[in-house]
Design a protein around this ligand. Structure first.
Ligand SMILES: Nc1nc2c(ncn2[C@@H]2O[C@H](COP(=O)(O)OP(=O)(O)OP(=O)(O)O)[C@@H](O)[C@H]2O)c(=O)[nH]1
Ligand SMILES: [Mg+2]
Length: 632
């Protein structure tokens, strides 16, 4: 089986085209349908008249979701580049093309969509702009098909082009060890853990035991489905859903891989690296990067003999923060830590023994050794001034004064050191602290959070105010350092609470029992909420530890939703929302009285509900009517 993947700028019609080709809406989430925008990967099956199946992966076009696009790009056999004829190539057209060229996807087709919106001249213009955009990329010689998902024009030709491209593909490595990058992991009641992905190489059969990487675990394949049909054994290139035993959701997530034991986990490796031309001048000799390997993103450092000065392919060393399952010859893409622009990509070579290669900068990690000794005196002076300032965030001006270095030079040194993550740049206002100082503070925060999670597992974490008191660090500064740490994914935050990565809040049985008692749903009136006041009074009276903050957690997670003086359970809210959306889709607008009939409760409840939906941005009010607010 084979996988065709979409790519292209936001709103250019990728998902519509997939729907027109397959009849399946790849936008799986309610939020995607509501916003008319793809947020995460979508999947569909394209079936040819001869019974051959092709998997389609639909990616988001918005620049904020490039990480999701990258997770989907990894297993594509054929790129279906979507460019709207009425807009022509736009920024993510170029970015996606660069990514798929670095990943060396074997075949490409361009769909010029929305051709019903342009005349012949417009179409000719779009074709010209397109030819310039694809020059030098993987889509340079790709067939271009003008299509319209609205009228169906061009779809038959596109299907035929896809069929021809698939027929010309080289075979996948069937006899290689199995390698399944995980792009989704979830549980189904009664089935346990399920993962999905594109089987990159090898075969997968029911009963197989596979390693779960990263990690130590082994999973056994209980059953396999391809597009909802059970299979005993699947060939590489298949879109697989595998039901696993021996693992839980704590062990697998997007970015994990299920691999045969022959496949090694490697932390440092030689790579052939191709920088993008736009990234020249940004890439340093030693460059911290986000590494996209398989369906996952991880952190690492690229080390060159010298910073790349041209866009030719060169040898480099790639050190990952933690070892990953890799196959020699596998492709990868790297992005900058911040802003997250694509820098380049390449091919994995042999594992490298640390320190074994010229240009391996492992000694650089030891304080006092390496760069400090070689660094110019002004660099040493600026670094010393920054370190001496400790947690007092410094501006370039104060550092210049203290180090006796010109301000332009201070800025250069800070930019170099920030690119190598020796210096953390804080925002609002811009200031700098030494990475060692920042790391030390983050370590203390993480220790504090560990204790906090153990003591109050029902809370989402600790607030910056609590952390600032505990650590004796001024809150405004702490918040700025935490923002930089969040950017580096050293911890996470939700609803104003900071938490260790991977932490999830758990309420105690007593807390749950108390809150449940006051949020009981009457089966005869399933959409009537509970009053808020009695719950609050009971919480105030009760001796159950932490129940007040436990309620905050449920509210922050949306498991309970407070609407005015009432409280809804999330099942109720979901049902009400979906009835409202369905009605508004059908009727366009609705009055309060009509909504009351839709929900089947009374005015007392639906007036605050509608105000709630206005305030969350779902609906918009116009006199007596509500309609759906269309985003963008
Ligand atoms: N007239 C016309 N409109 C189209 C066509 N294809 C898509 N559209 C409209 O263009 C808008 C965007 O379409 P989508 O398919 O969601 O675009 P997308 O590329 O998947 O967008 P993202 O996933 O967010 O990047 C929708 O309003 C579609 O109805 C077409 O061929 N003709
Ligand atoms: Mg889409």
């Amino acid at each position: 089986m084979r996988v065709v993947g979409t790519a292209g700028h936001v709103d250019h019609g990728k998902s519509s085209l997939v729907r027109a080709l397959t009849g399946t809406d790849p936008d799986r989430w309610e939020e995607e349908r509501r916003r008319g925008m793809t947020l995460d990967l979508g999947f569909a099956r394209l079936r040819f008249p001869d019974g051959t199946d092709v998997g389609i992966v639909d990616v988001p076009g918005h620049e904020r979701f490039v990480h999701n696009m990258l997770a989907g790009a990894t297993g594509m056999d054929v790129l279906l580049l979507v460019v709207a004829a009425n807009e022509g190539p736009r920024p993510q057209t170029f970015e996606h093309l660069a990514i798929l060229s670095l990943l060396d996807v074997p075949a490409a087709i361009v769909a010029l969509t929305k051709c019903d919106l342009v005349d012949d001249e417009g179409l000719a213009l779009a074709r010209e702009d397109l030819a310039i955009a694809v020059a030098g990329t993987v889509a340079e010689h790709a067939p271009v098909v003008a299509v319209s998902s609205a009228t169906g024009e061009g779809l038959d030709e596109l299907r035929e082009r896809i069929r021809a491209a698939l027929a010309a593909l080289p075979p996948r490595a069937e006899h290689a060890p199995a390698y399944l990058p995980v792009d989704r992991a979830f549980t189904l009641t009664g089935h346990g853990t399920i993962v999905t992905g594109t089987l990159m190489q090898g075969t997968l059969a029911v009963g197989d035991a596979l390693d779960v990487r990263p990690g130590e675990g082994t999973a056994r394949v209980r059953s396999i489905e391809v597009f909802g049909e059970a299979r005993e054994r699947v060939l590489p290139g298949s879109r697989v859903a595998a039901n696993l035993s021996g693992v839980t959701l704590a062990d697998v997530e997007r970015g994990s891989a299920l691999v045969a034991p022959e496949i090694a986990s490697v932390g440092s490796m030689r790579v052939q690296f191709q920088p993008l031309r736009e990234a020249l001048g940004i890439i340093r000799r030693r460059m911290p990067v986000r590494v996209h390997l398989g369906a996952g993103e991880t952190f690492g450092t690229l080390v060159f003999d010298a910073a790349p000065a041209d866009d030719g392919v060169r040898e480099a060393l790639l050190h990952l923060r933690a070892p990953r399952a890799v196959v020699p010859g596998q492709r990868f893409v790297v992005r900058r830590m911040s802003p997250k622009t694509v820098l380049g990509g390449g091919t994995i070579g042999a594992p490298a023994a640390a320190g074994s290669l010229p240009g391996d900068g492992t000694a650089d990690d030891e304080p006092g050794a390496g760069p400090e000794e070689r660094a110019a005196p002004d660099v040493v002076a600026v670094r010393a001034a920054l370190e001496a300032a400790g947690l007092a965030a410094s501006t370039a001006e104060t550092l210049g004064a203290r180090a006796n270095v010109r301000i332009e030079r201070v800025n250069e040194i800070l930019a170099d050191d920030a690119a190598e993550d020796r210096v953390w740049t804080l925002a609002r206002p811009v200031a700098f602290i030494a990475a060692s100082t920042a790391e030390e503070l983050v370590t203390r925060v993480l220790e504090r959070l560990e204790r906090h999670h153990a003591a109050s597992p029902w809370m989402l974490g600790a607030t910056s105010l609590a952390l600032s008191r505990d650590l004796g660090v001024a809150e405004p500064l702490l918040v700025r350092v935490l923002a930089a740490a969040l950017e580096r994914e050293r911890l996470s935050s939700r609803g104003g609470y900071y938490a260790r990565n991977g932490f999830t809040a758990h309420l105690s049985a007593e807390q749950i029992a108390l809150i449940e008692r006051f949020t009981v749903v009457d089966p005869a009136a399933p959409l009537v909420p509970a009053p808020f006041e009695p719950l609050v009074l009971e919480i105030r009276r009760s001796k159950v530890a932490g129940v007040s903050t436990a309620l905050d957690t449920l509210l922050a997670l949306g498991r309970l939703v407070r609407v005015g003086e009432h409280i809804y359970r999330d099942e109720q809210m979901t049902e009400i929302r979906s009835r409202l959306i369905q009605t508004l889709r059908a009727k366009k607008r609705i009055t309060m009285a009509e909504f009351r009939d839709v929900v089947g409760t009374s005015r007392k409840y639906v007036v605050p509900l509608l105000e709630h939906f206005d305030s969350t941005g779902l609906t918009i009010r116009d006199g007596d009517y509500r309609s759906l607010r269309t985003v963008r």
